[in-house]
Design a protein around this ligand. Structure first.
Ligand code: ADP
Length: 458
């Protein structure tokens, strides 16, 4: 693209931010770059990728001094439509106070009640623009918990954890920030984002898998994002990748994150579920998903528990299984190398799948997703306690030492249970008639070490 300005456009290469910066809406820039743009720390900048998103400029991490990089978290990468390694333009912008902002949950499985007033405290001064996904992290007092807490003790845990919200619209348009006078409307249900990349899950939301993410980026994300590059090199990207590891280690979450970060559509096929369909239905369903995914490419088709739809044919009796394996093979073979579609299949029992599936051109790459080690558990605990008001006595290092053998799903459940206990503790102070929890009560809410210990016993 030709540049209007006479001055050479300076670009920065995107790199990922540290976990503790995730969700804060700040971007770390090189010092020299800040000087060149006359930026002070805290000034608002606009990051221009496929989309444009604002952030507050901050100084680089010590180890980045002298590097021409821009550190962004997963949400910001999604908001700017870029991935790590891409080059983006950065400019200084004026952010206007918003008169009105409409927010909605950023994922389908999240329904929100509660007042928008509490959100204002969370997002005060945060620059944003329509189409962005923002996180409530960094602020401890989040949306309100519905009054009938007793009956719904599962739901309110959300109010203690990070919540992602999509910015549906703003008045005025452009870069705005939430100010005291901003009217915030909080919609209850998810809305399909317009011109925005889905950011319900990014690489930042997966703990203990740095090496695995790198492998998947190379195998899946790069070919999906830069198909021309692979064509020019004459390299055919993989059509199928097999993830193997125990349940609850984050395979589904990982596949979703790769899809989001690659700006690809995500299609989920649940093995056992599709097997249960009526005669002929399973194959039809499989074909339909592949057709739809081909039409919407770039796409990722994720097949969970693939061993149930593609068991070794020499070991199965049923005709239904044999037909389904054959159908899957046909579909894989029918995929053009340039279809810009990758099938990721997950299994806990790699030895139980039909060997034909692993031939070249099918699932010819394998990645092991193991049970996390202590460091991995620490990262996962950090992710699931983001946005939680943790009491001072909570020691996540200690907790990661004492949770040997826990997988991501277990750790997520543990933090949820601990949060629910914290809510139980404040319940006596609540009026069941209240529509929202009074701010004074909300301010006393914190999750303690003892909540985690109790939760561990269950
Ligand atoms: P799998 O597909 O391997 O069975 P999932 O991706 O469905 O596992 O994980 C279930 C839940 O457990 C996730 O939604 C997430 O809350 C949590 N989880 C699992 N692994 C991780 C991880 N590595 N990092 C963060 N959360 C995780």
């Amino acid at each position: 693209m030709a540049d209007q300005d006479d001055s050479p456009v300076r670009k920065l290469q995107v790199a990922s931010a540290r976990a503790e910066d995730s969700g804060r809406g700040v971007a770390h820039l090189p010092r020299a770059f800040m000087t060149a743009l006359a930026l002070q720390e805290g000034d608002v900048i606009e990051i221009v990728g496929k989309r444009t998103t604002p952030a507050r400029a901050v100084l680089p991490y010590a180890e980045d001094e002298g590097l021409e990089i821009l550190r962004l978290d997963g949400l910001q990468r999604a908001n700017a439509g870029v991935g790590s390694g891409d080059f983006v333009e950065v400019r200084k912008v004026e952010s206007k106070p918003a008169t009105r902002v409409v927010l909605a949950p950023a994922s389908q499985n999240l329904r929100l009640q509660g007042s928008a007033t509490a959100l204002k405290r969370t997002f005060l001064n945060r620059p944003l623009c329509q189409g962005d996904t923002v996180s409530t992290v960094g602020q401890q007092r989040v949306a309100n918990i519905p009054p009938n807490v007793a009956q719904h003790l599962r739901a309110p845990a959300y109010a203690l954890q990070e919540i992602r919200l999509a910015v549906i619209s703003t008045v005025p348009r452009g870069v705005v920030h939430i100010a005291e006078g901003t009217e915030i409307e909080l919609r209850t249900d998810y809305e399909e984002p317009k011109d925005a990349r889905r950011a319900d899950v990014t690489y930042d939301d997966i703990g203990g898998m740095t090496a695995t993410i790198d492998q998947l980026r190379e195998m899946v994300e790069l070919p999906l994002r830069y198909p021309e590059l692979f064509q020019r090199l004459g390299v055919d990207p993989p059509k199928g990748v097999l993830l193997h590891g125990p349940p609850g280690t984050g395979k589904t979450r990982l596949a979703r994150a790769v899809a989001n970060e690659s700006d690809a559509e995500f299609f989920l096929i649940n093995g056992p579920e599709i097997m249960g369909s009526a005669y002929g239905e399973s194959e039809k369903r499989l074909r339909e998903v592949f057709e739809e995914a081909t039409r919407s490419a770039p796409s990722i088709v994720f097949i969970d528990e693939v061993d149930s739809i593609a068991p070794r044919r020499d070991r199965v009796q049923g005709e239904a299984e044999k037909r389904l394996v054959a159908q899957l093979l046909t579909l894989m073979d029918g995929l053009e190398a340039r279809a810009n579609l990758v099938v990721i299949a997950a299994t806990n029992r790699p030895e139980a799948i039909d060997e034909a599936l692993r031939r070249p051109g099918r699932f010819d790459r394998e990645i092991i997703v193991g049970v996390p080690d202590e460091r991995g558990r620490r990262e996962i605990l950090g992710i699931h306690t983001r946005g939680m008001p943790l009491a001072e006595d909570v020691d996540l290092d200690e907790l990661s030492r004492t949770t040997y053998g826990f997988v991501g799903a277990d750790l997520a459940a543990l933090t949820r249970e601990a949060a629910i206990d914290a809510v139980r503790r404040i319940m006596p102070q609540l009026n069941l008639g209240d529509q929202t929890i009074p701010a004074e009560v909300l301010d006393t809410l914190s999750v303690k070490r003892s909540d985690f210990i109790e939760a561990l016993k269950r």
